[in-house]
Design a protein. Structure first.
Lengths: 490, 394
């Protein structure tokens, strides 16, 4: 999906942005802009008018004010690892990259928080805290590359959010630059600041409410013990049954990940892990105090066997454990080894619906003739079906997109969600109507209007149609571009 | 009439302001009708659940009617295998817990008075109890909300799956909003397994600094208590209660290890007593390590409250509760003012939840107040929902 090109910005205007951030951090040459045309959802592309890379909150304020004066929309961007096109530029607009703002500003281990700039890489935080025995819990699979600012925008999850929660549960506060250039502080290291939970509204708002320039994170003491094991099953039915038994036994695993046959084949091809050819596998962590873990690991092992596990492997050491997890976390990229192209989906279903929904996904695969690999966070029903296709085959890309869309509709019908952690972005905006009514969306829009009444922050994302913010909010009002036939309704 | 209604009485008053009518809708549709009626007749509306936190906030600047959730007491959906429960706003917490308990589960929140406190009220006021140390607060457990807006529009946010980032997080916006953005009609929550075992240890006679040191030692030792509360005794020394929950072996091992860490550790299952309902109640928030400074600020407040005053502190969270009768009104106002300004200066807060004396409940405006006011204006443009009660008169 390629957006129409926009006229180039005037040299004078580019020079004013360059004055703010320095010429080296203001990118406007077409060949350089190409790098920024998309995030990790590479099928959605648009050429920004320019890319600015500010180094401080003050520079962000100046950039926002100038963009506003020039009538240019702003799209914030971290590392560009997002999978929903949330950081896809608006054609001709300003792409505001936060990768230079990567300082750790403050660490308070005693009170378990730290303050960082948004460009800090997720994994770097836990690495930095490791010598003291602390870590930052949310661990999206892209954690070696993705930034905290991007995590805040997307409310990123990860394998271990089953027990520990999502980004929103670990962000205590944020400093945000709004679309009018004002700076607001939401929350902070001390809990329960009086007033609305604007921090809760901001986290996961996908860059549509403002630009985050500082984040206060909750940090956790490492658990005393972690046990990992890898169990193989004849099919996803038995593996799913094992998950149900474990959860019903009152165990909250730190993570419980399922992979089906095709995903296992891909991961083996890409990483060289010596996993057997089986119908399904579970990779699971239990953690906590030593005695607790001894109990939960034994119990989960026993229940996996009861559910029909073929084999249960326990890593010999930390290195082997890491290899197992690297296998799982590289699953998306691995699928690239067995297929020229693929669509990553991110649906959520109630855990009790897993077996049924997997059968429906299988049926979609049969009907379309496309291969579909499944990796998912089994504990919380977050499915990542990977629909494999070959762009070189005429019509196959459209077929794959449609299959992926059908999977989302199945998830919603099962009582779930169109996205568990990748965000709505540009990719799934058209599916919002499957999950939410017009009144629901209009109500969410009230939040956006409070933060960004002129809709200059990441316009065109999350909502299926452009929306105005009247002085008096009321029922849905069509945007002029829509009535003029320039914008469709998803 | 869209819902049952009756004339308001003194028992329906909110902070001393008596409503003319009380509406008791029994379905979400009736909620929408009542709210639409309110919009048509420009009624200033308050909301009431179990009234356990009805004293929170400033007196409303006017109150034509109260919408009571007493007939919205159903558990709408509960699928034990998904560990998700949806309840109407007026459902008492105890009813939710009894339902979940039958399946070996719980809603991991434990504010006072669960028989009276309704789930809608807990969401609206951000209620919590000692287990917050492990499970977080209601904002960490809520996964969906049905909000009936000032104009009667019924809006849903979130859903009924634990993991979900579709759209803006309206459930979190509802948390702690004190009925100023809309009527919370239903809400959905993630549940947790009921722990197999629970044990509490008490360490008696600690100074504030020793409380901080003990919490520090537990964290270093990688103990994982689910509740840690320090209760200040009349002489100024603290009794520290530490609860471990989980599978039996893990709980008993942690009790033994706590005994190795500190002297005078005694088992005390009776430590967790429901706080007495007192005329004056306030919460203080600071960083956990600042307890010694907080203690010094709280002491004059306790002195002004007089005999029967209590102070308890969730030592891993940095949240404290002050309660008691009021012996010296002038001294109380002065002590609250001093404590508040010192707490706010260091990033904290003091919120008065109930007071027989006229006191500013919220304190100075938050830095983001302008944005909060903007949010309020968008949701309630006529300022009719709990008018004047929230932070900064919102």
């Amino acid at each position: 999906m390629e957006a129409a090109a926009a006229p180039a910005l005037s040299h004078a205007l580019v020079a004013r942005f360059a004055d703010i951030v320095g010429a080296a951090h203001c990118i406007s040459r077409p060949e350089q802009l190409r790098t920024y045309e998309c995030d990790a959802l590479t099928s959605f592309r648009a050429r920004p008018g320019l890319v600015v890379l500010p180094a401080s909150t003050e520079e962000v304020v100046a950039v926002v004010k100038l963009a506003r004066e020039a009538g240019l929309p702003i799209v914030p961007r971290g590392s560009g690892t997002g999978l929903s096109g949330g950081a896809m530029p608006v054609p001709g607009g300003v792409l505001l990259g936060l990768s230079r703002m990567k300082r750790v500003l403050e660490i308070d281990l005693e009170n378990q928080w730290m303050r960082v700039e948004p460009g800090v890489i997720n994994l770097e935080i836990s690495k930095r805290l490791a010598p003291q025995g602390y870590y930052y819990a949310p661990d999206p699979s892209s954690q070696q590359v993705c930034t905290i600012g991007g995590n805040v925008a997307e409310n990123s999850g990860g394998a271990h959010c089953l027990k520990y929660g999502f980004t929103t549960n670990h962000v205590l506060g944020a400093r945000v630059v709004l679309g009018d250039g004002s700076i607001v502080d939401l929350g902070g290291p001390v809990l329960d600041a009086p007033g609305y939970d604007l921090r809760g509204a901001f986290v996961g708002s996908e860059g549509t409410l403002g630009v985050v320039t500082e984040v206060v994170l909750r940090i956790l003491r490492k658990p005393e013990a972690t046990r990992t094991f890898f169990a193989t099953f004849p099919s996803t039915d038995e593996a799913g049954h094992a998950v149900s038994l474990i959860i019903a036994a009152g165990i909250v695993p730190a993570a419980i990940e399922m992979m089906d046959r095709l995903a296992i084949v891909a991961i083996k091809a890409a990483t060289g892990v010596d996993w057997p050819d089986v119908g399904a596998a579970l990779l699971m962590d239990v953690d906590g105090t030593a005695a607790e873990v001894e109990h939960t690991a034994a119990e989960a092992t026993r229940l996996s066997q009861e559910a029909g596990a073929i084999e249960i492997r326990v890593p010999r050491d930390a290195a082997e454990r890491e290899t197992m997890w690297r296998g799982r976390k590289s699953a998306f990229a691995a699928v690239g080894r067995i297929s020229p192209n693929y669509v990553v989906q991110d649906g959520v279903i109630p855990r009790s619906e897993i077996a049924k929904v997997l059968r429906e996904i299988e049926r979609i695969g049969r009907d379309t003739g496309l291969r579909i690999a499944n990796v998912f966070h089994a504990g919380d029903g977050n499915l990542h079906p990977l629909v494999l296709y070959d762009r070189a085959v005429p019509g196959q890309e459209e077929l794959a997109e449609r299959a992926a869309g059908d999977i989302l509709k199945i998830c919603v019908r099962a009582g779930g969600s169109i996205t568990g952690e990748h965000g709505v972005g540009a990719d799934k905006a058209m599916y919002m109507g499957e999950m939410f009514s017009e009144d629901d969306l209009a109500t969410m829009n009230l939040v956006r209007c409070a933060f960004d009444p002129d809709a200059i922050m990441n316009p065109g994302k999350v909502f299926p149609t452009p929306r105005l913010c009247g002085d008096r909010p009321g029922k849905y009002v069509a945007h002029p571009t829509e009535t003029a036939g320039l914008a469709g309704r998803g | 009439m869209p819902a049952q209604s009756r004339p308001g009485t003194a028992d329906d008053a909110i902070r001393g302001v008596q409503p003319k009518f009380v509406y008791s809708p029994s379905t979400v549709e009736e909620c929408a009708e009542v709210m639409a009626l309110g919009a048509r007749d420009k009624l200033r509306l308050g909301f009431a659940g179990g009234r356990t936190e009805i004293g929170l906030g400033a007196p409303p600047s006017g109150l034509d009617a109260v919408v009571a959730t007493e007939r919205l007491g159903r558990i709408v959906e509960y699928t034990p295998s998904d560990m998700v429960l949806i309840a109407e706003a007026g459902t008492p917490l105890a009813r939710i817990q009894a339902t979940a308990r039958a399946e070996g589960q719980m809603l991991a929140i434990d504010p006072p008075e669960p028989e009276r406190a309704t789930i809608g009220g807990i969401v609206a006021t951000g209620g919590f109890g000692p287990r917050r140390a492990r499970y977080g607060t209601i904002r960490d457990l809520i996964i969906g909300v049905t909000l009936v807006r000032a104009d009667g529009t019924v809006a849903h946010g979130g859903g009924k799956v634990v993991k979900n980032v579709a759209g803006f997080d309206l459930p979190k916006v509802a948390c702690g909003s004190l009925g100023t953005l809309g009527l919370i009609a239903t809400a959905s929550f993630r549940l947790h397994p009921l722990p197999e075992a629970s044990a509490t240890a008490r360490l008696a006679g600690l100074t504030a600094a020793q409380v901080v040191a003990t919490v520090d030692a537990m964290r270093r030792a990688q103990l994982e208590p689910t509740s840690v509360e320090a209760i200040r005794g009349a002489g100024g020394a603290y009794d520290l209660g530490v609860r471990f929950e989980g599978f039996g072996k893990g709980v008993s091992q942690q009790m033994v290890r706590l005994g190795d860490l500190a002297r005078g550790v005694l088992p005390d299952e009776a430590f967790w007593r429901a706080p007495a309902r007192a005329p004056f109640r306030a919460r203080v928030a600071s960083l956990p390590s600042r307890l010694p400074a907080v203690d010094a600020l709280v002491e004059p407040i306790l002195a002004a409250l007089g005999a029967g005053a209590t102070f308890s502190w969730y030592a891993t969270l940095g949240l404290g509760s002050i309660a008691g009768p009021v012996a010296d009104e002038a001294a109380l106002a002065a002590a609250v003012g001093l404590a508040r300004s010192a707490l706010v200066d260091s990033g904290g807060s003091l919120v008065v939840h109930s007071s027989p004396v006229a006191l500013d409940p919220w304190g100075p405006l938050p830095q983001a107040f302008r944005l909060m006011a903007e949010l309020k204006k968008r949701f309630d443009p006529d300022g009719r929902l709990n008018p004047g009660r929230f932070v900064g008169g919102l």
